[in-house]
Every structure is written in C-alpha cells, then in structure tokens.
Design a protein around this ligand. Sequence first.
Ligand code: ZN
Length: 233
Amino acid sequence: MTDTSKNLSQIIRERMKADKKRFWAGDNISDYVDDNVKPELIDEATKAFEQVLDALLIDRETDPNSKGTARRLAKMYYNEIMSGRYDPAPDATAFPNDSQDRYEGMLVVRSELRSMCSHHHQPVTGVAYIGIIAAEKLIGLSKYTRIAQWCARRGTLQEELANDIAREIERATGAKDLGVYIQAVHGCCENRGIMAHSSLTQTTVLKGAFKDDTGTKKEFFDNIKMQQEFAPR
Ligand SMILES: [Zn+2]
C-alpha cells in the first residue's frame, strides 16, 4: 500500500537507501525512475522550484516571463540537463571485429559535450576525444557520442566525467586500451567566483597501451591535434 503522506521522491529515496543504492548527482538511477513516474516527479519539482522563486522574491504571478519558469526548470532538469541520471544506458549494439580482416588500428572520436557541475549547477561546455584500439567488437561511431553525452548529462565534475566515459566505453566495446581526453569551459569559473572568462580545463584518463606504451599515447594526442586543426574550438 502506498503511503499518501509521502512525496513520490521521498518514497523513491527511501527505496534507494534500503537497497544501499548511491544516488549522488553523477549517478545513474534509471532502475528507480521510469517514464511512468517522471510526470509526477516533474510536478513535485515544479512546486519546489516555485518555492525557490518565491524565496528569491520573484513575482511569478504577474511577471509573464516568470509564470511558467518553475515548470520549465523542472522539465529541463529531468528531460535535458540531468537526463543521464534517469535514462538507461544508450543501446550500443556491438558488431564482431574478429574476422581475418579485422580492424586493428586506433579509433578516435570527437564528441561535443554539454554537462553541468554538481557543485554550482552551472553549465560545462566542451569536447571529449575518445580513443580505443579496437578489440573483439566495435560499436557504431555515433554511439561513442551517445555514451559520452549520457555520462555528461548529470551533475558531475570533469574528473569524474572522464572516468565515467572511460568506464562506459570499456563496458560497451570490451576494449582494454583506451583514452579519454576532455577539454571544457566551466560556467562556475566564468559566471561566479573567479570570473575567469577564458579558463579551460583539461582532463585525461589513459588505460592499457594508452598509458603504458609511449607510441600509442603519442598517436592518441597526435590524432587529437589533427582533429583540433580540422575542427578547432
Ligand atoms: Zn562548479
């Protein structure tokens, strides 16, 4: 029987705690939130954002621009900027790469990223370069970006994001030799605090040959440089 004195979010949080399921800003909790419960959670978040606007002394009753803002914020969090918390992993069908003419080279994919820092909920905008030495299976090229964006659309830190993307690419492709390089600008450095408008943060995760073999590591960063000449940011 459902306890009607509790909000749905409270019921779900209690369920996760009982299961010892971590629900930090950067964690995926799609096992607990599906499309059936999302509308009710968005209604609940809308009411909470209304309280925030009230506390900020913004007139959401007569200001036409602020009337629907609480709902817009709630939908934006659930469906867009934090969707990677609530959506299951993108379907990345793997194709075998074990025939005689299997591809053995390095593959480097450049993925545009939109993320949000979990400290300040400010935008993080940048690009990830994902490199692998193909293993026994390959995934479609667009899947690298889908996986990277699924990891990015949460509240996260750039260091954590690089680790998350590396782990999920390893899971999807089975590749043990891989590298992830991210460069991004952070709203929390540009809009507040230090107000450093052109600051750029770089993070790198290297595994297997990317870490241990100087030639592989050099090839990865040479490929990144070539990509940057082709599509500079
Ligand atoms: Zn921040």
